[in-house]
Design a binder for this molecule. Sequence first.
Ligand code: ASP
Length: 920
Amino acid sequence: MSSTACILCGFVTFLVNTQPVHLLPEIITIGGLFDKGDIKQEVAFRYAVDRVNHEKILGTRTKLRTIIEKIPPFDSFLASKRVCNLVRSGVAAIFGPQSGQTSSHVQSICDALEIPHIETRWDYRLRRDDYSVNLYPHPSSLSKAYLDLVRLFQWKSFCILYEDNEGLVRLQELLKTPSPNEFRVSIRQLPRGDDYRSLLSEVKATLEQNIILDCKTEKVADVLRQAQQIGMMSSFHNYIISSLDLHLVNLDDFKYGGSNITAVRLIDPEREEVRDVMLDWESGRALHAHKHLDKDLINKLRNISFWTTETALMYDAVKLFVMAIQALDNSTDVQMTSLVCEGEDAWVHGNSLINYMKLVKLNGLTGNIEFDALGFRTDFCLDIIELGMYNLTKNAHVVQSIQVGTWSKKTGANYTRTYQDTYRKIVDGLQNKTLVVSFAFNDPYIMKKAGWEDLQGNDRFEGFCVDLLTEIASILKFNYSLVPVPQNLYGSRDRVTGEWNGMIKELLEQRADMAITDLTINFEREQAVDFTMPFMNLGISILYKKPQKTAPSLFSFLSPLSLEVWMYMITAYVGVAFLLYILARFTPYEWQNPHPCNPEPDTLENQFTLLNCLWFAIGSLMQQGCDFLPQAVSTRMVAGMWWFFTLIMISSYTANLAAFLTVERMESPIESAEDLAKQTRIKYGSLASGSTTAFFRDSNLDTYKRMWAFMESTTPSVFVSSNANGVKKVQEENGHYAYLMESTSIEYVVERHCDLTQIGGLLDTKSYGIALPPGSPYTSAISSAILSLQETSTIQLLKRKWWKERKGAGKCNTSKDESGSSSMASELNLNNVGGVFVVLLSGMGLALVVAIGEFALECWDISKEDEVPLAAVLSKELKFVFKCKGSSKPVRKKDSEIDTGDNNLYSTETYGYGAKNPLT
Ligand code: ASP
């Protein structure tokens, strides 16, 4: 075998490994049936045969000879006649035709005469005749590829634009959606003629962004151009083109639109084998050698893109035949036979030849070629290609379709492009593009410049967000055009109709590429549009009139302690006095000789009467003391504890009173959202159509629910159309209106309006981000730009500039003593002084235990001395104590001393077993 045969590498392996043992006939005739006017197929067929002969692939002796018959696409009778002509000439195989109607007749004749029939046409039948193979991938496989693409892109809905019914067959897998919830499909047929604008406008009105276009390759550019004219080729739009020949379409016009155009292809022009054939074709070497084609036609064909999927398949078909006949030659002596359609005879080698065709594996222009037993192509691979603008040099871009992945039946669709590739493509696509940016006015995010009426375009506006956008645009090198949103609405969804308003609506209806201002990222919005990384964090708070300085009240001396503490103190005072009284009666050591000069008094006195106890307690509390003091351990413990308590309380009171007298009191009727919720006198509201309103509307917390019910039901409405109006309302209503506003905006406002302040902390935490239409390709690029601006502190610097340095900042003296509630002395409540009450209580408890001990000990002594049962002593003594009457008590005497007269107060009857002076 000649080494020149190496050009077709698929053949090389085969030729090197096999040595023919038989000689092939000198001439092998093959028939080609072509639709009239389908010159490309015929040329491809001839070119492939020419190359085989020229490169002596079948050996130096054997040549392929072609017999070409042309038939009208719908004339099956003529087709049958032409096939009979071919078989009479003794053909080894018949190629074509492309028309479905004539092809089935050809197939059945070939089947009867056992002549292999090789097709390269789109055919959706599920069964083939035995003697036929088709190199064109079966439509069901292709439509599976489109389904996999849709899944890869995670489309939730799309519209199929098809030209004829074959298109629906091609996309059948998408129509029999496995799960109805996976995606929504709408189907529209392209009208006849060449004006598709009205249909495209209808699709545009549905806001559908994903389109699958199935039409002839020649029509693709036309449809896309008209789509571009009506604004359907923006970066919001994604297209899958079902044509396998997108490389033939001039897509230059769509390079700046930014829409994503994806397709699949069988031929990869980068593959060596394909490049070799294409170069050979372009050089015209093979064609010039061809006698059958006139020069004009050759030149014409060289100027148009000749290599379509179908011409490549025809080339591969010839290659397949050559491989199969060589394999047949290895096993048998091949003879060509002339046959007649009407006869009984069939070609003896036909069966083996078709089986070899189904068995061989080769690498053609259309990739791996293999067949299943039915003659359908299996195991083929499709390239996923995407149209994109790619950076050649710094300033030069080129539009090209590049391979971004592969598809095969076994593995499905696989993206081979890295995240960096995708990112670079997006960034490249953004360059020099002008994005429409919707915004709502709010100081200091976006404001009108002074004298803005005389300015033009973006120059009319200034603010934090304008600066931020300029920074992002300079990183990503895009231009932008600022467009104020109608009615200055941020965007909220109508609960009944489900429709959005404001900037979110602008994005959803594709009137803007981006929305920027103090736009809060919340769940509902995140479901509808895409958000970038946040550029600022904040929370909802309350904007309210600064608390007014109040004149000290007549009873301001009560202020240092809360009412609660005062009440507890009074209770403690009464409690301690009463306990002292009881314990003093209990303990024997508080009963004293009223006349110290008389060593044997008749009675003992207790100085702790109830009144004295109250006096003693109040005297201690007032730090004045009193003329009698406790003697017993238990009562001294009570006194000690009480003194400790009064020490702490009086010091705390004094210290706090000093603070109250030196600080001017500023009173605010509300200190938190809870305070607002509890009352109805002060109205409160928020920005209509904003996330703050949505927060209260959707909250599940009781307080916020109550606040929402109040806000909703209040008339006139408490909602305002802009933050500026909210601020004005708070000022005008002078304490009768509080505005629920975001903390960063409050920060800006209180810096400039000294009569306003923030009340309480943050009710939630959230962030501002830039919103983009759902599925926008620019989200990650803009997020990256925001992150880099955050890392270089640019955002912080911009915030400082717009909050602290620009337009009226620093007007208010916000030093501690002026700023209201934070510097106020606050009354002491139980939390501050609760501990001292606890200590007091514990002391009282301990004193009680000691008193009981003293009492018990005394009773025990008496019972022992007088030999009276302890129970009797206890009962007598307790009775006396709890009589709570009288502060004197007879002295207990020994039995001999007891006067038994009736009047004797110390008789056993009156005092029982007698009593003794506890001090003796
Ligand atoms: N920043 C808010 C928004 O995005 C405005 C507000 O509700 O206070 O809706």
